[in-house]
Write a protein that binds this ligand. Structure first.
Ligand code: ATP
Length: 233
């Protein structure tokens, strides 16, 4: 579905991503792991057209390099950025509606919203509340649901567990695993390697803008390098 070759992302003098090759097949959850500053967010931003990228990003046989973010979104790719950027002054309902502004596949907006409220029952309970009053976990779910309102086939998820209590992290990861069941393909950026590898089919480890290790989720979780670097803490 997604095939990335020689991807570089550069901000002026800083080369954040230094030539990545990776693939995501239809129906997979693939995780990009790495420490702070390894280039994970820049990789997602490059795919979404939000950062200057070179190389090849082939999505269903079309190169995305050089396309505008809205054109990439129109090709059924959605990004849920780090930091749960919901609109705090707007209600849950309004946040979902805004996510639906790029709704482009068939079916009604109402039906998609209903699907989201079934998938995330807490959002139905909080439907008329301002997003800023939700807990961190609830805001994360709203951020994901909002991205899904555009009915993407590929979801780019940036650090969904960041800053959440362990119990809530479990819930968020259960939900992400459930999205695969709904036919959504996911590229998941995480620092929480244990949880990410638990639900991922495959993973890549990024160090300083390069891939140093790759493999199946379970294999990576057991590799000495990953255990030493990420699982020991
Ligand atoms: P984090 O988990 O902290 O988000 P990351 O692995 O996602 O880390 P990036 O955010 O992609 O890493 O950052 C990679 C490198 O690029 C870092 O050195 C960072 O300082 C730099 N960088 C990121 N965004 C920009 C920007 N807009 N302008 C300049 N440099 C940037």
């Amino acid at each position: 579905m997604l095939s990335v070759e020689g991807l570089k992302v550069r901000y002026g003098q800083i080369e954040a991503v230094k030539g990545l090759d990776f693939t995501v097949a239809q129906g997979e959850i693939v995780t990009l792991l790495g420490a702070n500053g390894a280039g994970k967010t820049s990789t997602l931003a490059g795919i979404a057209g939000l950062a200057p990228a070179t190389g090849m990003i082939r999505f269903e046989n079309q190169n995305l390099i050089g396309l505008r973010p809205e054109d990439i979104s129109r090709r059924s790719i959605a990004l849920t950025p780090e930091g749960r950027r919901v609109f705090p002054a707007l209600t849950v309902a309004e946040n979902l509606l805004l996510g639906g502004a790029m709704h482009h596949k068939g079916g009604s907006l109402d039906a998609t919203r209903e699907e989201m409220l079934t998938l995330f029952p807490i959002l139905r309970e909080r439907y008329r509340q301002r997003a800023g009053l939700l807990s961190g976990g609830e805001q994360q779910m709203l951020a994901i649901a909002r991205s899904l309102m555009s009915q993407p086939r590929l979801l780019l998820l940036d650090e969904p567990s960041l800053g959440l209590a362990p119990k809530i992290v479990d819930e968020v990861f259960r939900l992400i695993a459930g999205l695969r069941q709904k036919g959504i393909t996911i590229l998941l950026v995480e620092q929480n390697a244990v949880r990410a590898l638990d639900i991922a089919d495959r993973g890549y480890v990024l160090v300083n803008g390069r891939i140093t290790l790759q493999g199946k989720g379970r294999e990576l979780a057991q590799s000495d390098e990953v255990r030493a670097a990420y699982l020991a803490a």
